[in-house]
Design a protein around this ligand. Structure first.
Ligand SMILES: Cc1cc2nc3c(=O)[nH]c(=O)nc-3n(C[C@H](O)[C@H](O)[C@H](O)COP(=O)(O)O)c2cc1C
Length: 211
């Protein structure tokens, strides 16, 4: 696929078929990505064993129910925004119910000792370390898109990281950053994105100066 077309249509696809992914296709999407110092402080656990996926699905489902219960659409939002949120939640419910049936769940792990976290001492949550992980995650998502595979970046399982680490035998000092269910889409899958206009997100020269 053309790169811009791939990026502009990389939607969160939550309705995935259980059909297997051919091995060469899966291998292509697992190929590597840039990281600080090129050390690749991440590993992927590609979960395909049904019992493991089922348990991950149960854990994910619990987290999803709590997440949505705490975030109902506020009364003040527009009808359009409400409809969009309802659609997202329905797709999310589908994913939560079928998480364990997706053919592959890629659990991204990271080792903080191998990362140059240049903002670690700033008086705010550090984000630079994530740059050595989520660049690889994004490449995986883009590769899925190019292969016609549906996928969605999920992070809810990080809330129950100890259980996930035990389940997948993830050793110290490796932790989890994301779990990406991958499979062929049930419906149309990826498609045009809804994003805020770039003028609201990017400035010229100094903060707030219009682009
Ligand atoms: C850091 C991050 C974490 C996310 N975690 C979840 C998640 O746990 N579950 C989920 O269904 N979607 C998750 N998403 C997907 C977003 O909800 C999705 O990208 C957003 O709703 C916009 O949808 P679109 O990409 O299809 O336009 C996550 C996305 C990002 C970037």
């Amino acid at each position: 696929m053309e790169l811009y077309e791939t990026m502009r249509t990389l939607r969160a696809v939550r309705r995935l078929k259980p059909d297997p992914i051919p091995e060469p296709v899966l291998r292509r999407v697992l190929e590597s990505a840039p990281t600080g110092g090129n050390v690749q402080p991440w590993r992927m656990v590609v979960v395909r064993e049904p019992a493991l996926k089922q348990r991950l699905g149960e854990l994910y489902s619990e987290r999803w129910r709590l997440y949505t219960a705490a975030r109902q659409p506020p009364a003040t939002i527009s009808e359009e925004a409400r409809a969009r949120m309802t659609r997202t939640y329905k797709a999310g419910d589908y994913l939560a119910t079928h998480f364990g049936e997706t053919p592959a769940v890629v659990v991204f792990c990271f080792n903080p000792n191998q990362m140059a976290i240049t903002d670690a001492k700033q008086p705010r949550p550090a984000v630079v370390g994530g740059g050595s992980i989520y660049t690889a995650v994004e490449n995986l998502l883009l590769a899925c898109r190019a292969e016609g595979l549906g996928c969605v970046l999920t992070t809810l399982l990080c809330e129950c990281e100890p259980e996930v680490r035990t389940l997948l035998s993830i050793p110290d000092p490796w932790y989890t950053a994301a779990a990406i269910p991958i499979g062929y889409p049930v419906g149309r899958g990826h498609g045009a994105l809804i994003r805020r206009p770039i003028e609201q997100l990017a400035y010229t020269d100094t903060w707030g100066k219009p682009l």
